[in-house]
Design a protein around this ligand. Structure first.
Ligand SMILES: Nc1ncnc2c1ncn2[C@@H]1O[C@H](COP(=O)(O)OP(=O)(O)OP(=O)(O)O)[C@@H](O)[C@H]1O
Length: 482
């Protein structure tokens, strides 16, 4: 491909960014690449089927217009899904109607079933109670809906995917299965899963079941005890959409096996599975390789930490909600900005901060001032922790820098242009993460721990003698820590 095309592509991206804004650009277009230009057709690619379909249905004309702004002869955009690093399973569209659906309808008065122990946003009515179901369900928290979920750069992809799952109808092809959402504590995984359950069940056409992994374990173990495992399995597999929260808490060999059967049965029958966890699928060390790879074979989306803007918006929306029940709850804008700036950890701390102010205002009737806020939330202001680096990120950044693919780093190829970057990536994985040598070996295409050790020693030696390599590695580290 000529440099002119690449330069044009850079300018087209500039136009797109200016038109849609940084947030949308980085959510949808940052991973779009130019594959080539053939007479009047521009070939672009994205890494997932979901991105492709989203861009096609929402931005196709805009992308074309931006190209035509640079090159008026362009008539067509051909968007494809890049194969590198994408598992074939992720691509398969499964027909939802492939297996006869067994339907268990919720009673009209009962909300979607939830089994959880989460609390919700400040200022909203508490969860109401509804009926039990065959796996011991309890109602979802009515506060955790799409309406109360604030969307920003950190979560826009997960939100869009969740909305799509919720809006799908029985018989629609399942676009990505499972949808796997991961994020650190308190960044909205439960909120999003419950929002899917509420919205998904609203039409009454589909049965959406929300289960925490803990409750899955509990339900399964009690069904073993009471010899009702068949009923347990049937209820799970009769759902159209199964939402499993906090998967990292799944425990027990037979429970893993049951989870694996359920996952496979649901996906093979074209039913949607959505999973949330605090880490990516490949880091779920308790699960066996097949389950991990099945989980990684759908759409895996990370929700990042909240930026200050998103924190402020969440606070503003919470205050607005709270005011519907406590009309005199007034938090001055500078106080909200102060909280958004200083309570940086997660959504739960933001909620805690507002709860304290609300309690104070209700109990004392005094206005909320900056001084009061500073005093009340002092312990929620945590020092910034250094950013945690993930092996996947190391592989991605090293691969990009040395112009190889992540697949090359994981492959058995032994050509010099791949061996050195692979050793550097292993060295960084050992020095920047807490992962053990065997774990790192496993994450680099199933290598032995001695290979990792060899790589680490090799790079340590080289760095001592080769200033430019040392600088290069420092630059990669800086990029990873940004
Ligand atoms: N984008 C958001 N908009 C509005 N509220 C949010 C958002 N993200 C998180 N919250 C709120 O932050 C709190 C914690 O969120 P939630 O329980 O969903 O986190 P989580 O990721 O499931 O955490 P954990 O890992 O502990 O299960 C909740 O009150 C939730 O409503």
């Amino acid at each position: 491909m000529s440099n002119t095309h690449q330069e044009r592509w850079t300018r087209v991206k500039g136009r797109l960014r200016a038109e849609v804004g940084e947030d949308i650009f980085s959510s949808w277009f940052a991973r779009m690449e130019l594959e080539g230009v053939d007479s009047d057709t521009v070939r672009l690619s994205v890494p997932t089927r979901f991105l492709k379909s989203w861009i096609q249905s929402h931005y196709a004309e805009r992308v074309l217009a931006c190209w035509q702004g640079e090159e008026p002869l362009v008539r067509r955009i051909d968007l494809s899904v890049r194969s590198a690093g994408v598992r074939p399973a992720a691509m398969a569209i499964r027909a939802a109607g492939a297996v006869a659906a067994v339907t268990v309808r919720a009673e009209p008065s009962a909300g979607p079933i939830a089994i959880n122990g989460h609390s919700g946003p400040v200022g909203m009515p508490a969860a109401s109670s509804a009926g039990q179901d065959a796996v011991g369900g309890s109602p979802l928290d009515p506060r955790l809906t799409f309406d109360t979920f604030v969307v920003g750069r950190a979560n826009s992809l997960a939100h869009a995917a969740a909305k799509q799952v919720a809006a799908a109808r029985r018989g629609d092809p399942v676009m990505f299965n499972p949808l796997y959402v991961h994020a650190a504590v308190g960044l909205g995984k439960t909120h999003l899963l419950q929002a899917i359950a509420w919205a998904g069940n609203a039409g009454g056409e589909r049965r959406v079941l929300y289960l925490t992994a803990e409750k899955f374990v509990y339900g399964f173990v009690s069904s073993l005890r009471t010899q009702t495992t068949l009923a347990f399995k049937e209820v799970l597999r009769a759902t159209d959409v199964l939402l499993i929260d906090d998967l990292q808490f799944l425990q027990g060999k037979s429970t893993f096996a049951e989870f694996s059967h359920t996952l496979n049965a649901m996906i093979d029958a074209g039913r949607q599975v959505v999973v949330a966890a605090d880490r990516p699928p490949l880091d779920l060390e308790n699960l066996d390789d097949r389950v991990r790879s099945r989980l990684a074979g759908g759409l895996v989306v990370e929700m990042g930490s909240f930026g200050e803007d998103l924190r402020l918006e969440i606070l503003q929306s919470r205050v607005a909600c709270a005011r519907t029940h406590h009309a005199d709850f007034d938090v001055p804008a500078p106080v909200l900005s102060f909280i958004a700036k200083s309570v940086t950890h997660n959504g739960r701390d933001l909620e805690g901060a507002l709860n304290r102010l609300l309690a104070h205002s209700k109990l004392t009737g005094q206005p909320i001032t900056m001084e009061l806020a500073e005093r009340e939330i002092r312990d929620l202001v945590r020092p910034q922790e250094p950013r945690k680096v993930k092996i996947e990120e190391i592989q991605r950044i090293v691969a990009r820098r040395y112009n190889v693919s992540r697949g090359d780093l994981l492959s058995s190829r032994r050509t010099a242009n791949v061996v050195r970057p692979r050793q550097i990536a292993m060295y960084l994985a050992k020095t920047l993460t807490l992962r053990s040598l065997p774990e790192i070996g496993r994450r680099f295409g199933g290598r032995d721990h001695t290979t990792v050790l060899h790589a680490v020693r090799k790079i340590e030696n080289l760095v001592g003698n080769d200033v430019s390599l040392a600088e290069e590695i420092e630059a990669i580290k800086r990029e990873l820590q940004e």
